[in-house]
Design a protein around this ligand. Structure first.
Ligand code: ADP
Ligand code: GLC
Length: 476
């Protein structure tokens, strides 16, 4: 279970460490102890100094399964805040420090057993300074001079860019303010630093690994990534098949499975009721379209907004869950007011409801502009909820269109236009009426195995390669 969550990164870090540990590795996850986290027992208090900023942090430890452990860093002035990264849409002004302290604490704590780690695996810009520190501040350190570093990009849209005068306050030399280092449009980017200093770079699907080397998806980093292409690899995320299992999910009114889908109709009734929508026989026969999403441009909400009222003419019911940009929250709230019997909207974050929607919906909507991996389409497949997605990133790697032969499990469109989305929605709703074809799609999706084991094995290979490269170089 993740300790804190804004999106898929939490799901990944809630499952990957255990999957790596299952393969025999000794894994320690280090995360901030954000507000509301109650996990762990206090095991340590350590002094951390970054760029003259001194703080004592409390370290909480929690076993997370298979011998893996999480260390949660408690520092109320840095992490005990309303939200994780921003307030009222504005990033916290000290984010550079907040996450520098996280990386430094992780590295300092990794030496506690005297021998240090063999691999440091950092995720997204928030941990991006870890590979940079290993390659600069700790380069000649007797313990921390040795580990290989692996950096995973979960989303190129978030780059951790700060004013250059942060450099000395992060213990980093001015030489890093160079185009070959961390400089990005006059600022310093933690993402760029990590890309340029990690021994291996991964991202969360093979398709996204290709896409981010192009101007359309690279967010200005495509050239840098092409230059580092020899160490960049896509590893598709898995899903936690224990947390997300329709046969045992405690959030559902009745269990169901590939062989017996009857309980799915109970979930549909339950989700309609939760939204205060009609749940009579006619309503249960209407196709139910679900969407659970951060409400940001990435997720294709402008396409949906452009269709607007046309959505209500499709003969389907919608259940929407998400938070994000006011513009999109307001759009959906307006839609629910205008179509109270067929469009239900909840603005907020609700893990249990997310499970119920995945179970109760017939069709799951993910028309993303870009999608590094995407987890909801994999949850949908497992819950017999047919995904309708755009052919990008991990969506392209996991969903196969109804017209594409035997292993079809969903609906896929290419052009990022409202017309392409509408056309595919209409096609999908037509096929919903053909019960046998629909069932075939559901069952094809439910047969897939997206558990973490395969991906974890790929990460282990990447770790081993990065370690052996470092060894053959003598030092890194
Ligand atoms: P991203 O990380 O870009 O947001 P993913 O599809 O990888 O997209 O992961 C999103 C995760 O966050 C899923 O587990 C999804 O169910 C969850 N999620 C997103 N918004 C909400 C919400 N409002 N309430 C509950 N869960 C949410
Ligand atoms: C990011 C991406 C999403 C991915 C998740 C976990 O937030 O937007 O596509 O699934 O990270 O890797």
């Amino acid at each position: 279970m993740p300790f804190s969550k804004t999106g898929g990164l939490a799901d990944v870090l809630g499952a990957l460490p255990q999957a790596i540990a299952r393969l025999g590795w000794d894994v320690t996850l280090v995360v901030p102890r954000y507000r509301g986290t109650t996990a762990g027992t206090r095991v340590d208090r350590v002094a951390i100094t970054v760029g003259g900023y001194h703080t004592d942090v409390n370290v909480y430890q929690e076993d997370i399964g298979n011998g893996a452990r999480a260390l949660l860093i408690e520092e109320p002035s840095l992490y005990d805040r309303d939200s994780l990264y921003a307030s009222g849409g504005v990033d916290y002004p000290d984010n550079a420090r907040r996450f520098a302290v996280l990386s430094r604490a992780a590295l300092e704590l990794s030496m506690r057993n005297g021998s240090g780690p063999t691999v440091v695996h950092a995720h997204d810009w928030q941990a991006g300074l870890a590979p940079v520190y290993l390659d600069t501040v700790y380069k000649s350190h007797p313990i921390l001079g040795r580990p290989a570093s692996v950096f995973t990009i979960h989303n190129m849209a978030y780059q951790g860019s700060f004013e250059p005068d942060w450099l000395p306050r992060l213990d980093l030399p001015w030489s890093l303010l160079s185009i070959d280092e961390m400089e990005f449009y006059g600022r310093v980017s933690f993402l760029k630093g990590a890309i340029n200093h990690a021994d291996a770079i991964t991202t969360v699907s093979a398709q996204y690994a290709r896409e981010i080397q192009t101007p359309e998806f690279g967010f200005g980093f495509d050239g840098i990534l092409r230059a580092r292409a020899d160490r960049l690899q896509g590893v598709l995320n898995g899903i936690d098949t224990v947390q997300w299992d329709p046969a045992t999910d405690p959030h559902l009114p009745a269990p169901f499975s590939r062989d017996d889908l009857a309980g799915k109709r109970d979930a549909k009734a339950a989700v309609l009721a939760r939204y205060g929508l009609p749940a009579d026989a006619a309503a249960l026969d209407r196709p139910l379209i679900g969407m659970i999403s951060r409400m940001v441009d990435q997720k294709g909400l402008d396409l949906i907004e452009a269709l607007g009222g046309e959505l209500s003419t499709l003969g389907a019911t919608f259940v929407i869950l998400g938070t994000g940009d006011t513009r999109y929250e307001d759009f959906w709230k307006g839609m629910a007011v205008a179509h109270p019997a067929t469009i239900g909207v909840k603005v907020g974050f609700d893990e249990g409801l997310a499970h119920l929607i995945e179970a109760g919906a017939d069709l799951f909507l993910m028309p993303s502009r870009f999608e590094p991996c995407g987890l909801n389409q994999m949850y949908s497949l497992r819950y017999g909820t047919v995904p309708l997605v755009r052919r990008v990133g991990g969506l392209a790697d996991t969903v196969r269109d109804e017209q594409e032969g035997a292993r079809s499990n969903g609906f896929v469109f290419d052009d990022y236009t409202p017309a392409a989305l509408l056309g595919t929605l209409t096609r999908a709703l037509g096929i919903y009426q053909k019960k046998k074809r629909w069932l075939r799609l559901q069952r094809a999706g439910m047969a897939l195995d997206h558990s973490w084991d395969r991906s974890a094995r790929e990460y282990v290979k990447i770790y081993e390669r990065a370690i052996s490269k470092g060894d053959s170089n003598g030092s890194r």
